[in-house]
Design a protein around this ligand. Structure first.
Ligand code: AOF
Ligand code: ZN
Length: 368
C-alpha cells in the first residue's frame, strides 16, 4: 500500500476495520476506530455485534492510559445516546482524547450531529468528513434502515449475456462460474435475509444457506409463496440451520399454514391477496428487524420488486454465453415494461467487476 502517513492513512485503516464486520452487526452500522498518539497507533476497534461495545470503546480499552491526548479516527460520528450501550462521546471525553476525526455523521435521528456537538462543547477538536463518501458507503444498509425501517434490498442475478436465467428446457446449472458463485455466498453472509419466489424453491429445491470454505453466517430464508405451495419436505423447511419465513396472503389455505407452523416455519400474511403485497412484506420484515435482504429472484419476483421500486441495489452477474430460446427461456426480469426507452429504469453509480471471465455490473436503480 503506497500511502502517505497522514489523517487519511488512519481513516483508511478504520474503514477497513469496519468493513471487515459487514454482515455481522444486524441493524447496527459497521464502525471502525483507530487511536493514534505521538506517531503510534495505541488502540484499534470495530463494532462487531449489536448489543456489544461500539468501535470507540474497544479502541479506548486497548489504549488504556495512552488514550489521553490521542487522536481518534472514527468512521462514523460517535454516538451521544443511551442505546443498548452507553454513549461513546461521553467515554471519549472521559478518557481525555484530544482530537476526533470523523468519517461521516450518523443519520440516526437519536444522534444526528449531537455526538459531534457534545465533543466540541467539551473542547475536543473535531474534524468531520474525511473520506466521507467511503465512510458513508460502508453503511448503505444502516443508512436506509435507520431512516425508513425498511430493509435495503440487493438484487443478485446470474444470467447469460442475453439475459437468460435458464435455457428453453429449464436447464440452469450452471450459468456463472465458480468464482462468481463463491462471491454470492459472501453476499449471503453479508445480508440478514435471502429472498426467493416459490417457483425457485419448486424447481431447484435450494438450501439457501451460506457455504464458503470457512464458516459464514446464514441469512434468514424468506420465501414468497402466495398460495402456500411450499412442500413440507423442501430443504428450506427440513433444514434447521437457518430460520425460514414464508410470505403469503390472508387467503392462503389455513390447513397448510398450520402444517408449516408445525414444521417450524413462520408464515406471515402480507395483505388480503390474491398475491403477496410486496410493499407490505417489506414493512413486516422491517418490523422484524431485518435490515438487509439479498434477493435471488426468479424473473417474476425480480420484475415485481423492480416495478414496485423495492430494489435498492443491483448486482448482475453475466456469464459470457448466449443461450437464446426466445420467450421459452426465462429472463432476468419479467414485467410488462415500458413503451418508451426514455421511461426505462436507469441505474446510477454503475461499476463493473470481473470474476474470471464473468462480468458483474453493480448499480443503483433510479425510480421516478
Ligand atoms: C458509535 N460507534 O461503533 C456504533 C454506533 O444500541 P446501541 O447502543 O448499540 O446503539 C446503536 C446506535 O449507535 C446505532 O443506531 C448508531 O446510531 C450508533 N452506532 N455509534 O459511536 C459504533 N456502532
Ligand atoms: Zn457509540
Amino acid at each position: 500500500m503506497l500511502q502517505l502517513l497522514n489523517d487519511e492513512y488512519y481513516m483508511q485503516l478504520a474503514i477497513q476495520l469496519a468493513e471487515g464486520a459487514t454482515g455481522q452487526t444486524g441493524i447496527n452500522p459497521v464502525v471502525g476506530c483507530v487511536l493514534v498518539k505521538e506517531g503510534r497507533i495505541v488502540g484499534m476497534g470495530a463494532h462487531l455485534k449489536r448489543g456489544t461495545p461500539h468501535a470507540e470503546i474497544h479502541a479506548l480499552q486497548m489504549a488504556g492510559e495512552e488514550a489521553e491526548g490521542s487522536t481518534a479516527y472514527v468512521t462514523l460520528e460517535p454516538c451521544s445516546h443511551h442505546g443498548q450501550t452507553p454513549p461513546c462521546s461521553d467515554r471519549l471525553i472521559k478518557e481525555k482524547v484530544k482530537r476526533v476525526v470523523v468519517g461521516c455523521s450518523d443519520p440516526n435521528p437519536l444522534v444526528a450531529g449531537t455526538g459531534i456537538a457534545k465533543l466540541r462543547n467539551h473542547g475536543i477538536e473535531v474534524d468531520v468528513g474525511l473520506l466521507e463518501k467511503e465512510a458513508r458507503q460502508l453503511n448503505e444498509v444502516f443508512n436506509k434502515f435507520i431512516m425508513t425501517r425498511r430493509p435495503f434490498v440487493t438484487l443478485k442475478t446470474a444470467s447469460t449475456l442475453d439475459g437468460k436465467i435458464a435455457s428453453r428446457t429449464g436447464d440452469s446449472k450452471w450459468i456463472t462460474n465458480a468464482q462468481s458463485r463463491g462471491y454470492v455466498h459472501t453476499l449471503r453472509h453479508r445480508n440478514q435475509a435471502i429472498m426467493v419466489g416459490i417457483g425457485t424453491v419448486l424447481s431447484d429445491d435450494p438450501l439457501l444457506t451460506t457455504r464458503l470454505d470457512i464458516p459464514g453466517l446464514h441469512p434468514i430464508r424468506v420465501i414468497v409463496d402466495s398460495d402456500l405451495r411450499l412442500p413440507l419436505d423442501a430443504q428450506v423447511v427440513v433444514d434447521r440451520s437457518a430460520e425460514t419465513l414464508v410470505l403469503t396472503t390472508a387467503e392462503a389455505d389455513q390447513t397448510k399454514r398450520q402444517e408449516l407452523d408445525a414444521a417450524g416455519v413462520t408464515v406471515l400474511d402480507c395483505g388480503a391477496g390474491p398475491q403477496v403485497n410486496l410493499t407490505r412484506a417489506m414493512e413486516l420484515l422491517g418490523e422484524r428487524e431485518i435490515s438487509s435482504i439479498l434477493l435471488e429472484g426468479g424473473g417474476r419476483l425480480n420484475g415485481s420488486m423492480l416495478e414496485l421500486g423495492l430494489i435498492d441495489k443491483l448486482l448482475m452477474f453475466f456469464a459470457p454465453k448466449i443461450v437464446g430460446g426466445g420467450s421459452l427461456a426465462p429472463d432476468n426480469f419479467q414485467f410488462p415494461g415500458f413503451e418508451l426507452m426514455k421511461d426505462a429504469i436507469h441505474l446510477e453509480r454503475t461499476l463493473v467487476k470481473q470474476f474470471g471471465e464473468d462480468i458483474c455490473i453493480a448499480g443503483y436503480p433510479l425510480y421516478r
